[in-house]
Design a protein around this ligand. Sequence first.
Ligand code: GTP
Length: 415
Amino acid sequence: STINDNTAKATNVVKKKLNGYVGFANLPNQVHRKSVKKGFHFVVMAVGESGLGKSTLVNTMFNSRLIPEKEEVPPSTETPQTVAIQNISADIQENGVKLRLTVVDTPGFGDFVNNEESWKPILMDIESRFDSYLAQETRANRTKFVDNRVHACIYFIAPTGHSLRAIDIEFMKKLHTKVNLIPVIAKADTMTEDEIDAFKARILADIAHHNIQIFRPTSDSFDDPETVAENREILSKMPFAVVGSEKEVQTPDGRMVRGRKYPWGVIEVDNEEHNDFVKLRQMLIRTHMEELKEYTNLTLYENYRTAKLLSLGKVQDDSVFREYNPVVQMEEEKRLHETKLQKMEAEMNTVFQQKVQEKEQKLKQSEEELYARHKEMKLALEKQRQDLEEKKKRLETSLRPNTPDRKVKKGFGFK
Ligand code: GTP
């Protein structure tokens, strides 16, 4: 009965106490070490009108001059009247941890007389990154996989103190299902604390009114109280009111800090009491980078992929999609594969027929040989028989007494 009991229990998961160290407690470290070795990759996009401090903020955030200063170019007929997309990649290291950071700068956004479709090149850029990821996913050889999908888009809102402008709403409405949107109030040092609070409320109301989805950290029952509190804190600060500065200034009490100096005092970039820069950086880099990447991969990209594949299924011959059309690509690969199979089959058939012919030839030959040997043997046997017959005759003759044949017969048989 003990055996039966054990068998019955085998399907249940039982909690066991280990008698000694086994080693799987090291699993997180293994994963960690592997990631550290491989390095991390984070793609962040900065969108906003010229002069809102995008470059300054990115440089402040990563503590290095990633985006060089742009020379002042007066608007002329020669300047392109579209939003240019620029990628700036840098490998940065901190305590042995490697991070490849790609900043997508979008100069030109909102700078033209007609800004109605400023969002379009940016949307196209984000989608083309999804497309190239999709194309790689469906390719047979995946060794050189490059993931350049945008994980976060910091959208700079001008510190007007009013409500969101049409261009802001339009942009966010077009992009919110494609990228993690992180709206920030730019140059927050130009507003008072009260103005910022009111502006934040206004922005959140506008966002809700237009059903725009912005990135919000989520907590679940598995999170420890610390994480839950942190997420709540982050949420309470959104949209972050930020100040950027690459320069160090001296505070009235003599400290050197990154900040902006005013006749009435110093705004410190890295001081949480002064602005939300620290919170933004913490969320992006220290606490929610993985969540941003995961949401991009599992939700934003997945939705895009599903919609794309469905639409491609319907419009097979749309040449615009042909280049990146994974369905067409798969069909193409299938067709090639089938042609290859057919060729192989034909080749095998030829070889088979050849072999059969050879075999038949051989069989025929050995049949003839066999026949010849048979004939030969038959002849030999016949000869042997004749010889024996001859011998027998001779023997009989030698055994016979010197009497004529007839007498012998009489003598033996008829007496
Ligand atoms: P483009 O390069 O034209 O796309 O502009 P940008 O958005 O990158 O702005 P950039 O970082 O070049 O900053 C434009 C100007 O604003 C510079 O003179 C900065 O010193 C200044 N600036 C940047 N950040 C802040 C800020 O937080 N507060 C204030 N008051 N000024 C800032």
